[in-house]
Ligand binder design. Sequence first.
Ligand code: PLP
Length: 381
Amino acid sequence: MQDKQYLMVPGPTPVPPAVTAAMSMPIIGHRTENFARMYEQIVKKLQKVFQTKNDLFVFTNTGTGALETAVANTISPGDKVLALITGNFGERFTKIAKSYGADVIEVNFGYGNDVDLDVVKEKLKKNPDLKVVLATQNETSTGVCNDIEGIGALVAKTPALFLVDGVSGVGGIEIRVDEWGIDMLCTASQKALMLPPGLSMVSVSEKAWEIVHKNNSPRFYFSLPAFKKAYDKWNTAYTPSVSLFYGLNTSVDMMLAEGLDNVYERHALLARATRAAVRALGLKPLAGDHCASNVLTGVWGPENIGADALRKIIKDNYGVTFAGGQGPIKGKIFRIAHMGFCDKMDIMIAVSALEMGLVQAGCSLELGAGVKAAQEVFLGR
Ligand SMILES: *Cc1c(COP(=O)(O)O)cnc(C)c1O
């Protein structure tokens, strides 16, 4: 039994040593000038990642808290909402909207598919009274990336607000909040942003603020107007996780130093290598090439052994953890994350462990086929 672990699940993800070191700095009080200056720096840097001039809040809660913040502040009971669902996280966003009394039109494109823009166009036309449209940038349960730019362009022509769950995508896949007309973008610390769980972020457009102030859903901890009052003095309404803020300041610095374009290209390269390896091993990625995610790859398990049994062999023998399926594809797929603090050699480890696991599970394959396919992608051959 070995101790060394290789975490390759889509959240939480590995944390760089520099970020861990930053989080060990002495705690400071949050009602101080030092905290205010740090929060201001963090927001200005994150605005580059979001590509926005909008207000951008950092909350001490997880991604689901960000989604609830977006819903609680824009949806009043009885409001008509269009939910574009491509998997488990689209379903969750929908459930939150329903729990706030929304009248939801659900369009489920199915696990493994992306949002069809023609359907969005038709639904928007049929429902001119929509208050909000919900979408997921990167559907973590399947490894599908949706065309947020395309959806945003359609929603922008209507009075509806466009709320986007970017929890697993932001930091690994480019997103342009202002250009693409995203009224609220939600994300969290423990995915591509290379931090432990515990922080979430939400940007709020001018168009959204008008609705936020008029909204009459019950809200207290998630009240944006309360946060805005503090934000105007670079503070938070309630006690922030100061250590995670230190870490966030460092992780965003790392991303900006690498260059955002390089960060996104690195993720795209890792995704291409992973998909090539999976195919070379005779397995099938869940998502089609046109919508395959750059931050994780969902893979159908081999026929002779369940995906979860395969994951167990790989975890027990090699310390490599892949994620399982969710919802209707639970037990049928496994997911290899390549988001955040992840590089070429992490993929080599993952693919090599996958090969050995498949052989141990009784699959016939040529050892090295997956590794070779990934190496060829990395060598540009
Ligand atoms: C992880 C994730 C969430 C949920 O975030 P929590 O931090 O677990 O609350 C929501 N949406 C997507 C797309 C995710 O990947």
